[in-house]
Design a protein around this ligand. Structure first.
Ligand code: SAM
Length: 367
């Protein structure tokens, strides 16, 4: 479906791109924050070469799976330095998808999904909780306020932690919640430290999923729960189908991933790590609205304007102009381009039901 903008719609579009606040209040980032944040902690004049290096890790650019896995810290950190301001600008403070009910906005569905995690984990006031791969802390703040718990956010990306601390101050949870910069494959916590652990669309970055779940198992108290949303290829994915493999490679390139695992592999890894699986399900299966609706370019939404096809068209041209004027660093357009490719891969993968970002499980560490 094609959309033509009237002059007043075009004015609204420009306002929405530059406004420091989304109508949904999901994002605190305006267009200038986006431009100045591209590249995160990478030196501005090194961003273009970082994009080159990042792309070359991936099969689409001739990279090898083994090399990408061996260098996962560099792949993931480069990726999040490059993309975080785009995520914050387009998606808000929580960097995940969610099942969605009819009549629910994207931001409402995201918050409800975070509350779902708190309820599944049975969180109680005062408990110590760990958020594995916490992004800039959107879920952490929502879950901490919803359940009156103290949440520690673990993240290996310095730039995201700096953003997360600022936003915790704005939300007023800086006394009860904190952050640790570390790799979730080697956590800096003693055994049996946390009353609950969750990971939302983060452990898909792990180079070895059994090793990652074992680390989570180690820091969780006995008898307590671990819940996660995993990015997975579903049973419908056919490894011998070229088109399926291409979609998988596009998602890996656009999302900083080593190798997307199947739902079956994740389930087996949980058991191998020692967990008792309480329940698991691909929540995409009975979501009344598809999780990929916000990235469906045939849809238009004023509330989520920046992720619509018109919003992306404006952002693309704005980034081009900003890069030309020196407001956005060189390489910004390349980042925007691989993110658009990622959105296409995610959309097609979701529509074909060969990929899901919301394979949910609740697991328990035995007493
Ligand atoms: C898609 S984001 C999700 C963030 C957050 N859970 C949310 O929903 O907003 C994935 C996060 O995992 C973090 N991450 C990836 N690999 C990591 C690792 N090895 N150790 C710690 N954090 C990691 C990234 O830095 C990023 O913050």
């Amino acid at each position: 479906m094609k959309h033509r903008l009237t002059p007043s719609q075009a004015k609204t579009a420009i306002f929405l791109l530059f406004a420091n606040r989304f109508p949904s209040k999901m994002s605190k980032a305006g267009a200038l924050d986006l431009a100045s944040g591209v590249g995160g902690n990478i030196e501005k004049d090194e961003i273009l070469s970082a994009v080159d290096k990042y792309e070359k890790y991936h099969t689409t650019f001739g990279g090898l799976d083994e090399e990408r896995i061996a260098n996962y810290t560099d792949v993931v950190n480069k990726y999040y330095d490059l993309v975080t301001s785009f995520y914050e600008y387009g998606w808000g403070e929580s960097f995940h998808f969610a099942p969605r009910w009819k009549g629910e906005s994207l931001s409402e569905s995201i918050k409800r999904h975070e509350h779902f995690f708190a309820l599944q984990l049975g969180l109680k006031a005062g408990q110590k909780v760990l958020d594995v791969g916490c992004g800039i802390g959107g879920p952490l703040r929502e879950i901490a306020r919803f359940s009156s718990t103290s949440v520690t956010g673990l993240n290996n990306n310095e730039y995201q932690i700096a953003r997360a601390k600022v936003l915790n101050g704005v939300a007023g949870v800086e006394q009860t919640c904190n952050f640790e910069k570390a790799d979730f494959m080697k956590m800096p916590f003693p055994d049996n430290s946390f009353d609950a652990v969750y990971a939302i669309e983060a452990t898909c970055h792990a180079p070895d999923i059994v090793g990652c779940y074992k680390e989570i198992y180690r820091v969780l108290k006995p008898g307590q729960y671990f819940a996660a949303d995993e990015w997975c290829m579903t049973e419908a994915f056919d490894p011998n189908n070229q088109e399926h493999q291409q979609i998988k490679a596009e998602i890996e390139l656009g999302d900083g991933l080593p190798d997307i695992r199947s739902t079956r592999q994740c389930l087996a890894a949980l058991k191998e790590a020692g967990f008792e699986v309480i329940w698991e399900k691909d929540l995409a299966k009975d979501s009344p609205l598809p999780w990929y609706l916000p990235i469906d370019t045939s849809q238009f939404s004023l509330k989520n304007f920046r992720v619509t096809s018109i919003g992306r068209f404006f952002t693309r041209n704005m980034i081009k102009a900003f890069e030309y004027m020196g407001i956005a660093p060189k390489g910004s357009q390349r980042v925007q381009a691989f993110l658009e490719k990622a959105a296409e891969g995610l959309f097609v993968g979701g529509k074909k039901e060969i990929f899901t970002p919301i394979y949910f499980f609740l697991a328990r560490k035995p007493q």
